[in-house]
Design a protein around this ligand. Structure first.
Ligand SMILES: O=C(O)C1=C[C@@H](OP(=O)(O)O)[C@@H](O)[C@H](O)C1
Ligand SMILES: C=C(OP(=O)(O)O)C(=O)O
Length: 448
C-alpha cells in the first residue's frame, strides 16, 4: 500500500540479558515467489508459513488483480488458484506494490510477455527506486515501458504480444533483475538465457524447477548461465516457506550485542546464497553456533544460537560476499560498532538503491549515536568502540526502510544511552511481529 500511516517513533535501551527462543516469520523472497509462481501455475498451490508482511500481502493483492485467486486460510496457510503461464488478465486498477522492490520487479517480469497493459506504483520509497534495471532487459522481449524520469514509478508496462526469447547478462548483482527476466522468459517461446557474473539468491531457479519448468544452471567463464525453456505448463505445488535468515539476523545480532544474552533462533534457512552474515559474524569472533543442522524442503536449515560476545574484532568483509548478505549490512554495521577495530565493508554500492540509501542512513544514525564511520560510493567502514563503549543517545531517521529501523533498535540494546528512531512503521513490511518477538526475549523496545 502506498499510504503510510502516522510515524511510529520508537526507543530501545539496554536492559539486561535477552534469552529464550525467537520464532521468526517466513522468508520474504520465497513468499513473494510462492504467490507469483502459484498464480502462473495451473491449479491450486498451497503455501504454509507465508510471511504475512505488507510487502507480500501487496504481491498477493496484485496477483488477484491479474486474475489469480489468492485465499488466506489463517495461521499462515494460503492457497493460490493459478491462471497458467500466459493466462494473466489485464488489471482494471493501478497495481500498488507499496514498499516492495521485489514485488514490483518480479511482477513486471511476470506480466511483461503477455498482451496486457498494467500501471504500477508504490510508496515514496519505492517510487524513488530505479526500474530501468528491469525494463531494459524486458525491452529485449518486446515489452514497452513508460515511467517517470530516471525509470521511476509510477510506470506503465505494455506486455509484448509476440515475445522473442532473450539472452541477457545481468549488469549488477541482483536476484530481482535475474528473476524478472526469467519470469518474462516463461511466456516467450524458445530458450531464455540469463547470465549472472556473481551468484545471487537462487530461489527463483529452485522454485521454477519445483513448479516443473525446464531450467538448467551451468557455471562457465561468463558466470552462472541459467537456461529456461519457455511456455511450460507450471504444476501447482505444496510449499512450506522456511524461516527468513534476513529476519533472523535481528534477534541473532541482538543476542550478540546485549550483555549476558543467550538466544536461540530455530529453523533458519541457510541457503549459501543468503548466509553471508553468519559467516561474517563468526569471523569477527561472535559466539554464534549452528545447532541441529538438517535439510528441509531441499534447503539447509539450522537452529542458530547467539550469545553475548564481548571479544569481537573488526574485519574486512570481502566484496564477493556482498550478494549473500546484501540486506544484512545495516545490522552488521551495528554489530561492528561493538567490535574492536575497523570493520570495512567493500563492494556494497547496491545498498544505495534499496528502500533507502542504506549506507547514508546507517552512517548518519551511527554518527548521531557517537560512532565514527567512513564511506565512499562502494565502501562502508565502521570504527568499533568495543562492548560498553558505544554512546547511543541519537535519534535515527529510518527513511521508510524497515531494515534501518530494526538495525537501530538492535543498536540501542547495547549502548550507554537509549537509541531512538523517528518511525518504526516500515518494520511491518517484512517483520510484523518484530516488537513482540524482541520483547518476548526481554528487549526493552517501546513506542514513544
Ligand atoms: O530477489 C529477492 O527476493 C531480493 C533480492 C535482493 O534485491 P536485489 O535484487 O535488488 O539485490 C534483496 O535486497 C531483496 O530484499 C530481496
Ligand atoms: C531490499 C529489500 O527489499 P525490496 O527490494 O523487496 O524492497 C529488503 O527487504 O531489504
Amino acid at each position: 500500500m502506498s499510504g503510510h500511516g502516522d510515524p511510529i517513533p520508537m526507543t530501545s535501551r539496554a536492559g539486561g540479558a535477552l534469552s529464550g527462543e525467537a520464532h521468526v516469520p517466513g522468508d520474504k523472497s520465497i513468499s513473494h515467489r510462492s504467490l507469483i509462481l502459484g498464480a502462473m501455475a495451473v491449479g491450486e498451490t498451497k503455501v504454509s508459513g507465508l510471511l504475512e508482511g505488507q510487502d507480500v500481502l501487496d504481491t498477493g493483492r496484485a496477483m488477484q488483480a491479474f486474475g489469480a485467486e489468492v485465499i488466506n486460510h489463517g495461521g499462515g496457510n494460503w492457497s493460490v488458484h493459478g491462471v497458467g503461464v500466459g493466462g494473466f488478465a489485464e488489471p482494471s486498477q493501478v497495481i500498488d506494490c507499496g514498499n516492495s522492490g521485489t514485488g514490483v520487479r518480479l511482477i513486471m517480469g511476470a506480466m511483461a510477455t503477455s498482451p496486457i497493459t498494467a500501471t504500477f506504483t508504490g510508496d515514496a520509497s519505492l517510487n524513488g527506486r530505479p526500474m530501468g534495471r528491469v525494463t531494459d532487459p524486458l525491452a529485449l522481449f518486446g515489452t514497452q515501458s513508460y515511467g517517470r524520469k530516471g525509470g521511476r514509478l509510477p510506470m506503465t508496462i505494455v506486455g509484448a504480444a509476440n515475445p522473442a526469447p532473450v539472452r541477457y547478462t545481468v549488469p549488477m548483482p541482483s536476484a530481482q533483475v535475474k528473476s524478472a527476466v526469467l519470469l518474462a522468459g516463461l511466456n516467450a517461446p524458445g530458450e531464455t538465457v540469463v547470465i549472472e557474473k556473481e551468484a545471487t539468491r537462487d530461489h527463483s531457479e529452485r522454485m521454477l524447477v519445483g513448479f516443473g519448468a525446464n531450467l538448467s544452471v551451468d557455471d562457465s567463464n561468463e558466470g552462472r548461465v541459467i537456461t529456461l525453456t519457455g511456455q511450460p505448463e507450471l504444476k501447482p505445488q505444496t510449499i512450506t516457506v522456511p524461516r527468513d535468515p534476513s529476519s533472523a539476523a535481528f534477534p541473532v545480532c541482538a543476542g550478540i550485542v546485549a550483555p549476558g544474552s543467550d538466544v536461540l533462533v530455530p529453523g533458519i534457512g541457510l541457503n549459501p546464497t543468503r548466509a553471508g552474515l553468519f559467516t561474517t559474524l563468526q569471523e569477527m569472533g561472535a559466539d554464534l553456533t549452528f545447532e541441529n543442522m538438517r535439510e528441509e524442503g531441499g534447503e539447509p536449515v539450522a537452529d542458530l544460537r547467539a550469545k553475548f560476545s564481548d571479544n569481537m574484532q573488526g574485519i574486512e568483509v570481502p566484496p564477493e560476499r556482498a550478494a549473500s548478505m546484501i540486506d544484512e549490512y545495516p545490522v552488521l554495521s551495528v554489530v561492528a560498532a561493538f567490535a574492536t577495530g575497523k570493520t570495512v565493508m567493500r563492494g556494497v554500492k547496491e545498498l544505495r538503491v534499496k528502500e533507502s540509501d542504506r549506507i547514508d542512513a546507517m552512517a548518519r544514525g551511527l554518527e548521531a549515536c557517537g560512532v565514527t564511520i567512513e564511506e565512499d560510493e562502494d565502501t562502508f567502514t565502521v570504527h568499533g568502540m568495543g562492548v560498553g563503549g558505544v554512546p547511543g543517545g541519537g535519534t535515527c531517521a529510518t527513511h521508510l526502510d524497515h531494515r534501518i529501523a530494526m538495525s537501530f533498535m538492535v543498536l540501542g540494546l547495547g549502548t550507554q544511552k537509549p537509541v531512538h528512531i523517528d518511525d518504526g512503521g516500515p518494520i511491518a513490511t517484512s517483520f510484523p511481529i518484530f516488537e513482540d518477538l524482541m520483547r518476548g526475549l526481554g528487549a526493552t523496545i517501546t513506542r514513544d
